[in-house]
Design a protein around this ligand. Structure first.
Ligand code: E4P
Length: 217
């Protein structure tokens, strides 16, 4: 399973890379705005650090505008993936970008049939937003399960990025289902390392080691 960092914060991205978990990065207008820095400056720094896909979102709402923006963003580096919102205009833009060889990720996907349309248009990635479904008392992960079934039924190679991740259970569920990618905030990726029994166990080992008469090799 690939792990993408759902952040534009440089320190967080560097740390996730040090952990060996950085397969790519996802951003959106909200994530970029949190950094309070010029867009291009942040993006170029991210591109310098990340070897895998770096997802940058368009803000135009018409297909023509999205394509124009996407061409500009894609010219920044070969690993740029363009996030396109799941709308009729968005899907038209995906089709056009796909014919030009520009990689796309259809974002704000909330239903399996939206994902089907995205795959049919030639999207390289589709991002079902799990947490936002859960926030309104629904089973977000069911959407991922359905998308996987549909993509397997028809042999679509579009990869699923499980997005809007809120906690490690989302990552566990995504991995159980065999989703290709999970994108998660720094805090959730960090939580994956921890378990109270690990801390207790390590403490006990280190205390017991002090009782060994001659601990030198
Ligand atoms: C990533 O591609 C999404 O934009 C992001 O995961 C959305 O997360 P949120 O629902 O926490 O804003």
């Amino acid at each position: 399973m690939k792990f993408f960092a759902d952040t534009a914060n440089i320190e967080e991205i560097k740390q996730i890379k040090r952990w060996g978990l950085l397969d790519g990065v996802t951003t959106n207008p909200t994530i970029i705005s949190r950094e309070n820095r010029p867009f291009k400056e942040v993006v170029m720094e991210i591109l310098n650090i990340v070897d895998g896909p770096v997802n940058l979102e368009v803000i135009s709402t018409d297909a023509e505008g999205m394509v124009k923006e996407a061409i500009k963003l894609a010219s920044l580096a070969p690993n740029v993936v363009i996030k396109i919102p799941m709308t009729t205009e968005g899907i038209m833009a995906v089709k056009e970008l796909s014919s030009r060889g520009i990689k796309t990720n259809v974002t704000l996907t909330f239903s399996p049939t939206q994902a089907l349309i995205a795959a049919k248009a030639g999207a390289n990635y589709v991002s079902p937003f799990i947490g936002r479904w859960d926030d309104i008392s629904n089973e977000g992960m069911q959407v991922v399960e359905d998308i996987l079934t549909i993509f397997n039924n028809y042999g679509y190679t579009t990869e699923i990025i499980v997005a809007s991740v809120r906690h490690p259970i989302h990552i566990l569920q995504a991995a159980r289902l065999g989703a290709h990618i999970v994108t998660a905030p720094f805090k959730v990726l960090e939580q994956l390392f921890h378990h109270p029994l690990t801390d207790i166990g390590l403490k006990r080992f280190l205390e017991d080691w002090k009782k060994v008469p001659n601990p030198e090799l």
